[in-house]
Design a binder for this molecule. Structure first.
Ligand SMILES: [Zn+2]
Length: 83
């Protein structure tokens, strides 16, 4: 099952339902898939992110945004299914 691997999947595998967040690189912008990228800078999730919290500065998010909002956001983009 390719979905079970965490680091060495191949980006050429075609999944068109949800983004392949278990890949090392972000499937949308090819930048390194890091917490900061997902929580604050990935433009692919900008619209969804803004439904849950508006400020996109990571220090602000980590200190001021309720974890409840972050959790909901990560749930909506199906990140938890990919970790
Ligand atoms: Zn991205």
């Amino acid at each position: 099952m390719a979905h079970l691997c965490r680091r060495k999947c191949y980006p050429s595998q075609p999944y068109d339902v949800t983004p392949d967040l278990h890949l090392v690189g972000c499937n949308y912008c090819k930048s390194l898939l890091a917490v900061e990228h997902i929580l604050s800078s990935c433009s692919a999730y900008k619209n969804i992110r803004e439904k849950h919290y508006s400020n996109s500065q990571l220090p602000h998010i980590l200190t001021n945004i309720s974890k409840h909002h972050i959790f909901n956001y990560l749930s909506e983009i199906n990140l938890f299914n990919k970790l």
